[in-house]
Design a protein around this ligand. Structure first.
Ligand SMILES: NC(=O)c1ccc[n+]([C@@H]2O[C@H](COP(=O)([O-])OP(=O)(O)OC[C@H]3O[C@@H](n4cnc5c(N)ncnc54)[C@H](OP(=O)(O)O)[C@@H]3O)[C@@H](O)[C@H]2O)c1
Length: 262
C-alpha cells in the first residue's frame, strides 16, 4: 500500500509513544509551552523551544535541560521565513505545538485600532496558519499539529474584541486542517483552556510571581467549580495527550476545570 494513504500505525496513546520523536513548541519558553517542553523531554522526546525573547529562551532551555535534546530558537510565530528556518535546522520534526500568544489589557471595541487588531491577527491567526503551512509538507505520517485556544471564545468578557476576532479563527482552522491533512495522515487538534496559572494569566489578573500573587490567584479561583485554577502541567498534559494519541484528530479538547459549566 502507498505510504501516503496507509493508515496511521496503532501505537500506545500514552506519552511514552513520543519517545524518540521531535516536537517543535512555538511559545515554548513560558507557561503551558514550557511545561509541555519539560514533560515531552521527560518521556524521551527531543524538543525545539521557540519564543521571541532571547533571555527567556535561554532560561527555558536550561530549565528543560537535556543537552542536545533541547534546542532553542528565537522567532516570531508570524515570521514565515523564520519558521521555515527552524524546521530546516531541526531536521525531522514529528509534532508541532503552538502556544504562542499574548493578551493585552482590556480595550473597549470603540478604542480598537487597526494596528492593534493587525498585531492580534498576525500572532494569533496568521501565526498558526503559517505554522501549519510550514509543517504540513514536512511532518511524517502520524505527525500532528496542536493549536491552543481559550474558553473566552465561548464565554466572552468585555474588552477583548480584537483578541477574540483573531483567536476565534483557530478552532475552525484546526477542524479544517484535520480534514485537509488527513489524507497525508497528519492530525490536527486544538486544546481550549480555561484559566491556567501562568505568567500570562497572572498579567491579566494583575498578580505577580510572588506569594502575594499566589494568594490573589487562589482567592480569585475560589469561585470556580473546582476551587482553583489549572496548573501549566495540567494544561501541558492535555496537549501531550492529543499529540500522543494516534486516533485523535479534529478535536477541540476543553481543559477548564469545569469553568464553562459554571
Ligand atoms: N493561561 C491561561 O489562562 C490561558 C487561557 C486560555 C488560553 N491561553 C492561551 O494559551 C497560550 C499559552 O498561554 P500561557 O499562559 O502559557 O502564556 P505565557 O506563559 O505568556 O507563554 C506564552 C509563550 O508564547 C511566546 N510567544 C508569545 N507571542 C509570540 C510570538 N508572536 N511568536 C513566538 N512566540 C510567542 C512567549 O515568549 P515570548 O514572549 O518571548 O515570545 C511565551 O513563550 C496563549 O496563546 C494563551 O492565549 C492561556
Amino acid at each position: 500500500m502507498d505510504t501516503a494513504t496507509a493508515p496511521i500505525p496503532v501505537r500506545s496513546p500514552l506519552p511514552d509513544g513520543l519517545a524518540g520523536s521531535t516536537v517543535v513548541i512555538l511559545g515554548g519558553t513560558s507557561g503551558i509551552g514550557l511545561a509541555a517542553g519539560a514533560m515531552l523531554r521527560s518521556v524521551g522526546a527531543r524538543v525545539v523551544l521557540v519564543g521571541r525573547n532571547k533571555g527567556r529562551l535561554d532560561a527555558a532551555v536550561e530549565r528543560v535541560g537535556g543537552g542536545d535534546q533541547v534546542i532553542g530558537e528565537t522567532a516570531d510565530v508570524a515570521d514565515l521565513d523564520a519558521l521555515e528556518g527552524i524546521f530546516e535546522r531541526a531536521g525531522s520534526v514529528d509534532h508541532v505545538l503552538v502556544t504562542a500568544g499574548v493578551i493585552g489589557g482590556p480595550t473597549p471595541v470603540t478604542e480598537v485600532t487597526r494596528d492593534g487588531a493587525w498585531e492580534d491577527f498576525q500572532s494569533r491567526l496568521w501565526g498558526v496558519l503559517a505554522t501549519a503551512r510550514v509543517a504540513a509538507s514536512r511532518l511524517p505520517v502520524g505527525g500532528s499539529i496542536t493549536f491552543t485556544s481559550g474558553t473566552l471564545l465561548m464565554r466572552p468578557i468585555p474588552g477583548f474584541a480584537g483578541t477574540i476576532a483573531a483567536a476565534g479563527g483557530v478552532e475552525p482552522l484546526s477542524r479544517q486542517l484535520a480534514v485537509e491533512l488527513a489524507p497525508r495522515r497528519l492530525r490536527v487538534n486544538t486544546v481550549r483552556y480555561g484559566v491556567i496559572d501562568t505568567p500570562l494569566a497572572r498579567t491579566v489578573a494583575g498578580a505577580g510571581p510572588d506569594t502575594e500573587g499566589d494568594e490573589k490567584m487562589a482567592q480569585a479561583a475560589l469561585a470556580t467549580p473546582l476551587g482553583r485554577y489549572g496548573t501549566a502541567d495540567e494544561a501541558a498534559a492535555a496537549a501531550v495527550f492529543v499529540m500522543a494519541n494516534p486516533y485523535v484528530t479534529g478535536s477541540i479538547l476543553t481543559i477548564d476545570g469545569g469553568g464553562s459549566l459554571a
